[in-house]
Design a protein around this ligand. Structure first.
Ligand SMILES: [Zn+2]
Ligand SMILES: [Zn+2]
Length: 656
C-alpha cells in the first residue's frame, strides 16, 4: 500500500493508505471527529493524501455540536422504538443543546419523556456505531418512503435545502445524500436517519445528556404546515459540564427579570395592552427615573442638545429615509386619516434630520448633536417578544451626531468612550465590541462600495483604538451603514448587546442635508446614530438580571427601611427617616402590625440595601443599628454617621 503525506496537528507525517482519524489519535476518547482541510468529518473518515487533519475534541464548540446532534439521533431512535408511528422532522444542534421534531398523534407528556430517557440510556449503553453510507436520491426515497418530511427535504437537496427550515442543513446540506446507520455490536442494523453528519463514533461517546422540555413547532416554521412536537435536550462532554450547565440555568431562572419584576412590584404586561407592551409600577418608575436623569445629565455633559419629536408621522417621511420599504415588516401597520397614511414611529432619526434641515447650517455648528428619549414602536413577532428585553414599545436614548467626514473618527471615539463610562457607572465592566458590516452579495444594503469601505474603516479604526476585543459580524449591518455594538457580560457571564454606534452616509443624502463649509461650498454631513442604553426598557431588564434584583443603593427604589423593635420606637425612626429624606434618600418606616423578625424578612425579600433598626438603647444614645443584605449587623451607630454612610454609598454608586 502506498503511503500518504498528511499534516497532523501542524506537523507533516506519512501514513498508510486507509488510515482513519481514529488511527491518528488512538486511545484518546475526547477526540470524537476530525477536521480535514477545514471540513468536519467522522472519526472513521479515510484521510486523503496532502490533507491537513486536526482533532475535534468533545469539549470544543464543533465537538459539542457533533455530540449534541448525535444525542438527537439517539433520542429519535428511542422515540421511534417506543412510538412506531412517530414521523421524523429535523434534529439539529442548537445553542447549549439539541432538539428533534416528531409528528405524533398526541403531544409528549412528562411521563413519555421519562420513558424516552430510559430507552436512550439503554441505546448509549449498547454502544451502537454511527455508520455513514452515501445513497442515490432514488435509494434514499425508497428507504425513507415512510418518512414524509425527510422525503420533502430530499426534494429540496441543493443550495435551497439549508433554507428549507432552521437546522435543515444538518440533514441535507452537503453535496451528496448520506444515510447514517446505527449498527449494533453484532453487526445488525438498529436504526437509520438521513443526515449529512458527522457524528460521534459510537453511542458510548455520549457522556452526559438531559432531556429538557417539549414544545410545539410548525414544520419548516410555517403555520400553514402540520404542527410537530419538538423535544429539547442538552448534552455535554462530561457529567460535571452538564451539572455546571444546569446550575447556570437555575441561576438564570432565579434572575429572570419577568419573575423579579412581579416579585419586586416593578412592572407588568397587562393583557389588555397587548403583547410586548409594559407598564411600570411606582417602584419600577423610580428606577426608570434614576436612569433617565442620569442619561440626560450625561448627554448634557457630552455636548448634546435636547430635542423632542412626535410618536406618529405621515408615511412619506419613512419613504424618504428608506425605512419603507426596507423596514416595513418590523413597523406597525399604518393608520389612515384625512387621506394620508400615518405610521407609529419606529425610529427617531428621520425626525432629527428634519430638525437639522430646518435652517441653514454652518461647519461652525458641527459636530451638531441631537438627543431625545424617544418612544418608538416595533412590530416584533409574538414568538420573539420576551419580557423587557424584546418589546413592541420602547424608549430609546437616541442621539444623532452630524459631523464633517473629517470629524467622524473623533466623534465615534467620543461616543464609544461615553458608552463604556456609562456602563461602568451601572456596574457592568466586562465588554467586547462587535463590528457589523454589509454582505456585499445582498441587495439589502444601499450605497456605493467606496462609501461602505470608508464607513467600515472609520468604525474599525475607532474600535481598535479602544483596545477592546473586536468580533466581526459580517452581514449584520443596518441597510444604511455599518455599526459597532457594545456587548456587555453580566454577573453570570451572559452577553447582552447594548449600545450601538452607526456610521451613516445614506440618510444625509436622502434628506438632502448640507452645511456650509469653511470655503463657502455646500457639503453633506455624515450622520452617526448612537443609543447608549439601547432602550430604557431592555437595559432595565438586563440590570434586574445582572443584580438579581438586589440593586446598588443609587438604583434601588427604596434605599432604606426603618424597622422598630416595638411600636414605641416608630416616632424615633420617623425622625431618623426625616433626616435621610432631607439628604435625598428614599426611605420608608415599616409601621405594619408584623413582628420585627417578619419585617426584616420582608425587607430581605424586597432586596433593600439598608435596614435601620432602633430599640430603647438606640433611642437613648441617638443611634441606630444597621442590618445589611448579607445579614451582618452593626449596632449603636450615631444617626449622623448612619446618614453619612448611606448618602456616600448612593453618591459613589457602589454595591452594598
Ligand atoms: Zn445526524
Ligand atoms: Zn438613528
Amino acid at each position: 500500500m502506498s503511503d500518504l503525506r498528511i499534516t497532523v496537528d501542524g506537523s507533516e507525517r506519512s501514513v498508510a493508505a486507509g488510515t482513519t482519524g481514529a488511527d491518528l489519535w488512538p486511545g484518546d476518547r475526547s477526540v470524537i471527529a476530525v477536521r480535514a482541510d477545514g471540513e468536519l468529518k467522522d472519526l472513521g473518515y479515510d484521510v486523503q493524501d496532502g490533507s491537513v487533519v486536526e482533532p475535534v475534541v468533545s469539549s470544543s464548540p464543533d465537538g459539542l455540536a457533533i455530540l449534541r446532534h448525535s444525542t438527537a439521533h439517539v433520542m429519535a431512535q428511542a422515540v421511534q422504538q417506543l412510538y412506531p408511528d412517530a414521523k421524523l422532522g429535523i434534529g439539529p444542534p442548537v445553542e447549549n443543546g439539541f432538539y428533534y421534531d416528531f409528528d405524533v398523534a398526541e403531544p409528549f407528556t412528562p411521563d413519555d419523556l421519562g420513558r424516552i430517557d430510559k430507552r436512550m440510556q439503554q441505546i448509549i449503553k449498547d454502544g451502537q456505531s454511527f455508520s455513514r453510507r452515501i445513497v442515490t436520491e432514488d435509494d434514499a426515497r425508497a428507504e425513507l418512503a415512510d418518512e414524509p418530511y425527510k422525503l420533502e427535504l430530499i426534494g429540496l437537496k441543493g443550495p435551497g435545502a439549508a433554507d428549507a427550515a432552521e437546522g435543515a442543513a444538518a440533514e441535507v446540506g452537503g453535496g451528496e445524500l448520506t444515510i447514517y446507520d446505527n449498527v449494533a455490536k453484532d453487526g445488525s442494523l438498529v436504526w437509520k436517519d438521513l443526515c449529512r453528519g458527522p457524528h460521534v463514533p459510537t453511542t458510548r461517546h455520549i457522556p452526559a445528556y438531559k432531556l429538557m422540555r417539549v414544545a410545539a413547532a410548525y414544520w419548516r416554521g410555517s403555520e400553514m404546515n402540520p404542527q410537530l412536537q419538538r423535544i429539547y435536550g442538552t448534552a455535554w462532554e462530561s457529567r460535571d459540564a452538564l451539572k455546571d450547565h444546569l446550575h447556570r440555568l437555575e441561576e438564570a431562572a432565579k434572575r429572570d427579570h419577568r419573575k423579579l419584576g412581579t416579585e419586586l412590584d416593578l412592572f407588568s404586561f397587562p393583557d389588555e395592552l397587548g403583547s410586548g407592551l409594559a407598564v411600570f409600577h411606582p417602584k419600577g418608575g423610580i428606577i426608570r427615573r434614576v436612569m433617565e436623569d442620569y442619561v440626560r445629565r450625561r448627554h448634557e455633559e457630552e455636548g448634546f442638545s435636547f430635542v423632542a419629536t412626535p410618536h406618529i408621522t405621515k408615511q412619506e417621511l419613512f419613504e424618504t429615509s428608506g425605512h419603507l420599504p426596507y423596514y416595513a415588516d418590523t413597523m406597525f401597520p399604518p393608520m389612515e386619516m384625512e387621506g394620508a397614511h400615518y405610521y407609529l414611529k419606529a425610529m427617531n432619526c428621520p425626525m432629527h434630520n428634519l430638525i437639522f434641515r430646518s435652517r441653514g447650517r454652518s461647519y461652525r455648528e458641527l459636530p451638531l448633536r441631537l438627543f431625545e428619549l424617544g418612544a418608538v414602536y416595533r412590530f416584533e413577532k409574538s414568538g420573539v417578544v420576551h419580557g423587557l428585553t424584546r418589546v413592541r414599545g420602547l424608549t430609546m436614548d437616541d442621539s444623532h451626531s452630524y459631523v464633517t467626514p473629517e470629524q467622524a473618527n473623533a466623534e465615534i471615539k467620543h461616543l464609544l468612550g461615553f458608552c463604556l463610562s456609562l456602563f461602568r457607572d451601572f456596574g457592568l465592566a466586562d465588554f467586547y465590541l462587535e463590528l457589523s458590516t454589509r454582505d456585499a452579495e445582498s441587495d439589502k444594503f444601499i450605497g456605493t462600495d467606496e462609501q461602505w469601505e470608508i464607513a467600515t474603516a472609520t468604525l474599525e479604526e475607532a474600535a481598535v483604538e479602544s483596545g477592546l476585543e473586536l468580533v466581526p459580524d459580517p452581514g449584520g449591518a443596518a441597510y444604511y451603514g455599518p455599526k459597532i455594538s457594545v456587548q456587555a457580560r453580566d454577573a453570570i457571564g451572559r452577553n447582552w448587546q447594548l449600545s450601538t454606534i452607526q456610521y451613516d452616509f445614506n440618510m444625509p443624502a436622502r434628506f438632502g442635508l448640507e452645511y456650509q463649509a469653511g470655503d463657502g461650498s455646500r457639503q453633506q454631513p455624515v450622520m452617526i446614530h448612537s443609543a447608549k442604553f439601547g432602550s430604557i426598557e431592555r437595559f432595565l431588564g438586563v440590570l434586574v438580571e445582572h443584580y438579581a434584583g438586589a440593586f446598588p443603593p443609587w438604583l434601588a427604589p427604596v434605599q432604606v427601611v426603618g424597622i422598630p423593635i416595638t411600636d414605641e420606637h416608630v416616632p424615633y425612626l420617623q425622625s431618623v427617616a426625616a433626616k435621610l429624606r432631607a439628604a435625598g434618600v428614599r426611605v420608608e418606616v415599616d409601621e405594619s402590625d408584623d413582628r420585627m423578625q417578619k419585617k426584616i424578612r420582608n425587607a430581605q425579600r424586597q432586596k433593600l440595601p439598608f435596614m435601620l433598626l432602633a430599640g430603647d438603647e438606640d433611642v437613648a444614645k441617638d443611634a441606630v443599628s444597621f442590618r445589611y443584605r448579607n445579614g451582618e449587623q452593626k449596632n449603636g451607630v450615631p444617626v449622623d454617621d448612619a446618614v453619612a454612610e448611606i448618602v456616600k454609598a448612593v453618591a459613589d454608586r457602589v454595591q452594598v
